[in-house]
Ligand binder design. Structure first.
Ligand code: GAL
Length: 416
């Protein structure tokens, strides 16, 4: 089996057939939530790559940003004894499945290909469990970004906002100009994504204390009240139909000029690129105001389940294909993310991608790289759900900022 998965993404089908004449029909069943235009385009890069190596792709898409629904479907599949070969998964969820003993072991392929030397330590934290590789990271995304329609920005004075006050000034101007200032989809994970950035905007130490360490004092602090006040202020710039809207439809509002900007992770860039827009010319990517120099990250990994022996070959082949440096460029330039390897050049990336790569390296160096809570890398999934509940209830007007901070501290404590 070993020589099969050692074949690189560039290997031809003919070579695979000669090298593995005994191979049964190789197939991977992949559960994922990449269903938007940009996401599907990126996924096709992987599908085509594997199909060119003779591996059939069984698609198991479960729509719903950030994978909340996908994880529910996965649970029922595994409970009925029918785990997929590979599953798109985020940070703490990978740890949970590993702890429960459901994941396979990719260590042989990982060691042979030297993954430990090239995968950033912040990612390895989630790709390995008990010394074994259990998942192959396909990218690094970051959540503290804003995506701005360039014409709308020009009409609002042309200066991209750097601070909270700048942001409010630009949003006010966009409102005067008759567009929706802030495109948003009212779904818990999207509310949580904005909340992540707002908390970080009040300081790295505050994000670490409140979100990563879940310090009760930070959770109920005046600073947290301020974070909720900022969320309230941002909500005044949403349009009346924000509730339940999918994130990619919010991106589309910025793309077509109906809205001025969106606070969203860099998967949004995949939508702008699919619409043939060019960074710097048609849209502008900036760090969420007051968070320059800091990066909230999440990494999509393919967690590999402990499957029957006849499926292990294709599984390892997929893991190897995911980690191939050329593939990481081809995939991430479409997806909006940056490579999960530190040895890939930024040459092929657009300006936002180059910035994403430089920011990631700098933040890792400076201790300002933190896991995104909303995307499974800042806190366990129980804590994440508890935070989502409070943040969404507050966005929907159920609590004042003061009450929300108190509720947050109580909900996090109860979830621990
Ligand atoms: C994130 C995931 C991204 C992106 C986004 C919206 O959690 O890491 O790849 O697809 O959800 O679906």
């Amino acid at each position: 089996m070993k020589f099969q998965y050692a074949l690189k993404a560039s290997a031809s089908v003919a070579v695979l057939c000669i090298a593995a004449p005994m191979a049964m029909a190789e197939e991977v069943e992949v559960l994922h939530w990449w269903t938007s235009g940009g996401e599907a385009a990126a996924l096709n890069v992987l599908k085509d790559n594997l199909e060119a190596q003779g591996v059939t792709w069984q698609d198991m898409p479960v729509a719903g940003g950030s994978g909340v629904e996908a994880m529910t479907v996965l649970r029922s599949r595994v409970t009925s004894g029918n785990a997929p070969t590979a599953v798109q998964m985020l940070g703490f969820d990978i740890k949970d499945w590993a702890t429960e003993g459901f994941l396979g072991d990719l260590s042989e392929v990982a060691d042979e290909e030297g993954w430990a030397e090239v995968v950033p330590p912040a990612l390895q934290e989630f790709s390995k469990y008990d010394g074994k590789w259990i998942a192959a990271p396909v990218n690094v995304h970051s959540t503290n970004w804003m995506w701005i329609n360039k014409s709308a920005l020009d009409a609002a004075g042309g200066e991209a906002p750097e601070t909270w006050d700048d942001l409010i000034a630009v949003l006010d101007k966009m409102q005067e100009n008759g567009i929706v200032p802030l495109a948003h989809g009212g779904q818990a994970w999207q509310d949580g994504t904005v909340f992540d950035s707002v908390v970080l905007g009040l300081g790295d130490d505050f994000y670490k204390a409140a979100i990563i360490d879940q310090d009760p004092e930070a959770l109920a602090s005046d600073q947290m009240v301020e974070a909720f006040e900022r969320m309230e202020k941002l909500a005044t710039y949403f349009d009346p139909n924000f509730s339940g809207r999918d994130w990619n439809l919010a991106s589309a509002m910025v793309i077509n000029g109906e809205a001025g900007m969106q606070a969203m992770g860099d998967w949004a860039k995949g939508e702008f690129l699919r619409a043939d827009l060019v960074p710097g010319e048609d849209f502008v990517c900036i760090r969420f105001p007051d968070t320059q120099g800091s990066v909230l990250f999440n990494s999509d990994q393919f967690a590999m389940f402990d499957v029957s022996e006849d499926k292990v070959g294709a599984q390892k082949l997929m893991a190897s294909a995911v980690m191939d440096p050329d593939f990481q460029v081809a995939f991430n330039t479409v997806k909006g993310s940056v490579p999960a390897r530190t040895d890939v050049a930024d040459t092929e990336f657009d300006d936002c991608g180059k910035k994403g790569m430089a920011d990631l390296a700098e933040a890792a160096q400076n201790g300002t790289l933190h896991g995104s809570m909303a995307h499974g890398h800042g806190a366990s999934s129980n804590i994440k759900s508890a935070i989502f509940d409070v943040v969404t209830a507050h966005v929907n007007g159920e609590f004042s900022a003061q009450e929300a901070a108190e509720e947050l501290a109580a909900a996090v404590e109860a979830a621990q």
